[in-house]
Design a protein around this ligand. Structure first.
Ligand SMILES: O=C(O)CCC(=O)C(=O)O
Ligand SMILES: [Fe+2]
Length: 303
């Protein structure tokens, strides 16, 4: 079997990036302190216990999925903001956007006897070819231990370097064992994998569930997989740290994308009735050129 590199919780981002660039995936062990993990599990289970299994050949029939995790537990909010994970996102996403965002949050609880999912990449949800540019990355947090037999994520290290091809190629489900790795890890650990990496949920051969929670990040000018504007109330939003309010979608991608009537969306949503100036949101690098042109135009007109 292929292997995935594991690092400790205080590993500098550069090391994680090195492993991700080489393999397309990496595990950071036991990031969540035990008491935060216990709180998260308790709060998440209240919701998971109340929902039925999914119905879908991709999502599974013995698997529960639950989104909008940031209003289920404040621990999810902390998980989304881990500094070394954000530094990894800075590295892969900031070269191609002024700000990145949360693409989705999803708890995935794979039940007994769920077969292996079809091998796939996650980024074809953005249907354009983008060789060499990652558009999204996933963080799969282990809520339960991910073991050899309970449905740990199956990954194909190095497959992010393959030429872009049909994402759902049935032949990829029969790769030789030496090309396949299992994302085994202890509860509270996180597996990071690139959106271009082939992977799938594993077969759960045990009699207990395997719960993981995905927090994924994408370029800030793409549509988000999870519609956070409809999903989170203003109250939910105000319970999030400022940085997370932006990450869930309340930001302006410069220039001007996502503003509303010339206003920043956070300002708009928190005080919609107030009359506000129609302002512009320009990249810092662009501002001097626009100003210089305007100053010249004014001078010419005055002459
Ligand atoms: O549950 C897992 O380990 C992975 C699931 C997955 O890749 C997906 O649903 O897109
Ligand atoms: Fe996936």
């Amino acid at each position: 079997m292929a292997t995935i590199k594991h690092f400790g919780p205080f590993t500098p981002a550069e090391k994680l990036i090195e492993a991700l660039t080489e393999d397309g995936c990496v595990v950071i062990d036991t990031v969540l302190p035990p008491e935060r993990h216990a709180k998260l599990k308790r709060e998440l289970n209240q919701h998971l216990d109340a929902i039925p299994d999914c119905q879908g050949d991709f999502y599974g029939y013995a698997t529960k999925r639950l989104g909008l995790l940031f209003n289920k537990s404040d621990v999810f909010q902390e998980m989304a903001l881990v500094p070394s994970i954000l530094a990894v996102m800075d590295h892969y996403l900031l070269p191609s956007c002024s700000q990145y965002q949360i693409n989705l949050t999803q708890a995935i609880s794979i039940g007994p006897n769920e077969p292996r999912q079809i091998m796939h990449q996650d980024d074809p949800m953005f249907p354009f070819l983008h060789p060499g540019q990652e558009v999204m990355l996933n963080c799969m947090w282990a809520i339960d231990d991910f073991t050899e037999t309970n449905g740990s994520t199956v990954l194909v290290p190095g497959s992010h370097k393959w030429p872009r091809q049909e994402s759902l190629n049935l032949a990829l489900n029969d790769l030789p064992p030496e090309q396949i790795a299992l994302g085994t890890m202890k509860a509270g650990s996180v597996l990071i994998y690139l959106g271009s990496l082939f992977h799938c949920g594993g077969r759960n051969e045990t009699q207990t569930r395997r719960c993981g929670a995905v927090i994924s990040y994408s370029l800030g000018w793409l549509r988000q997989a999870e519609n956070a504007y409809l999903g989170y109330s203003l109250e939910d939003l105000e319970a999030m740290p400022d940085k997370l309010q932006e990450l869930v979608g309340y930001f302006v991608h410069k220039p001007n994308l996502g503003s509303i009537n010339g206003v920043h969306p956070l300002e708009f949503v928190k005080n919609p009735a107030k009359l506000k100036l129609f302002t512009e949101f320009l990249p810092e690098a662009v501002k001097p050129f626009v100003k210089e042109f305007r100053d010249q135009s004014l001078t010419k007109n005055a002459a």
